[in-house]
Design a protein around this ligand. Sequence first.
Ligand SMILES: [Zn+2]
Length: 145
Amino acid sequence: MSQSPEPLLADLLSRDTQRVWASACAVIRLDDKAALDELTSHLPDIERRTEHLDLGGALFPNAEHLAQALRVLRAHRDGQCRCQPYPGYLFYNPEKEAEAGRVKILSHTPPDWHMTYSCQCSVCGTNYAVEQGEYHYTWWQWRRA
Ligand SMILES: [Zn+2]
């Protein structure tokens, strides 16, 4: 899937909190090398324009989505595997990542609100233990195994 990076970049630089938040959430899930290359080339601008922006958030601070988007771009800039920033963020659903072919689920505990997955990155082979939990929202804590 190819995605045009221009609207994402414009939103990230806008200092409009709604647009920055929406774009950050899209960048976190972006799986398009050309688009990531383009966004990464503007990383210093993005970092400068998003600094000290109060993104709000009720149950979960929206600044965490922006922080993760910046981690994703830095990891891409540094040539790291796409999975390297997973442990920094609570919303990578292992089932969705597996559907997209980015990880393999090697095993999991019996399905429940609280359960643990054993996953392996399809690209670099890093193993992760992923704890699923529930606190107002479902979250997943990724840890290198
Ligand atoms: Zn990986």
